[in-house]
Write a protein that binds this ligand. Sequence first.
Ligand code: HOZ
Length: 430
Amino acid sequence: MKCEKSQKLFERALEIIPGGVNSPVRACRSVGTEPIFIAHAEGCLVFDEDGNSFIDYIGSWGPMILGHRHPAVIEAISSVLKRGTSFGAPTDLEIKLAEMIIDAVPSIEMVRMVNSGTEATMSAIRLARGFTGRDTIVKFDGCYHGHADALLVEAGSGVATLSIPGSPGVPKSFVAHTLSLPYNDIDCIKKVMGEQGDKIACIIVEPVAGNMGLVAPVDGFLETLRELSEKNGSILIFDEVMTGFRVAHGGAQSLYGISPHVTCLGKIIGGGLPVGAYGGKREIMEHIAPQGPVYQAGTLSGNPLAMSAGIATLTQLMEPGFYETLDEKADHLATGLEKAAENAGIDVMGARIGSMLGLFFNEKSVLNFDDAKASDLEMFSAFYNGMLQKGVYLAPSQFEALFLSAAHNREHIDATIKAAEEVMDGLKHS
Ligand code: HOZ
């Protein structure tokens, strides 16, 4: 595979951008390689600066559920471009997107738009603290809720990829009110809430964890969180930045039938443009300024281009059978990848929730962050690089998920499975 142009661009980037990238995981360090620079993308394919094409399973880390450059999204952005790019003032578009979110996610009665998932979780936590008058927050090891100070404790995604337990620059006092507990450990959360429940402002969780690889909640975990938060007057926050409009139209909460008090969204609701949102019960959301005293603001919040891309995307997702078709394709891919490993005699634990997939090089089930970290990272790295050479673009970290889009067809998926069979076979003999 030719990669001279990407290499040259990376050299230039390294001089002026920390690590050569604007977000750590994409630097590809954990898989011992350098990033490819993307020139353009179409459907489920990305094309790099050297003219190589790849079947894309990153999908901009989740938002591109329709594939790249979906005509309806491009058309919507182009038409709004004629109105202007940013006003810092209300438009009809933000109402429309808010209505679509509220219609799809019944636990959301009011919603506030922000610019990223990080802003959504950070603001939701401030709201929970403001509403309850309490300081302590509970999160779970390996869940990643963006890079706000209080949340960089035992976090997943890039923090896990780079093996950083916390981060310099976050004063100890800023995380003194953060408790990070093992994911899926029902006894542990019961114990902590039993002892300190009246001090807990909120429990924030990825209802399906997608930032330590893909880890599904065990039976009773989400139910317990709901019960305990209710009993103790704590706010249950579902971080559905990845899973919202992804694992089902109503997100993971509709899949598992558990209503949080507040939900954080991002990724898909911006159709590939920078958007986040947090929403929930009216009585809680009414505490946000200017209606209430909890302050949160943003010049680009509700940006018209981003709103239009989100509206166009969510409109497509309402097509009858959209999620069923995507599910079938994802199932075909997941089964094929697991078979490829099995045939090669390699221990792999696969997971799939809707169109999110995970693949751990691990002989044991992965239920939490410790299990995920015990996976064979060298094997993952070899698999990643082998797949890239065969034209398949996966997230360059064991601690991320794969995303399928509506633009992937049977041919793309079969080509991916064939590549995996060959790569796994090679790994077995190496
Ligand atoms: N941390 C994000 C994925 N879970 C984004 C990674 C990136 O954009 O490089």
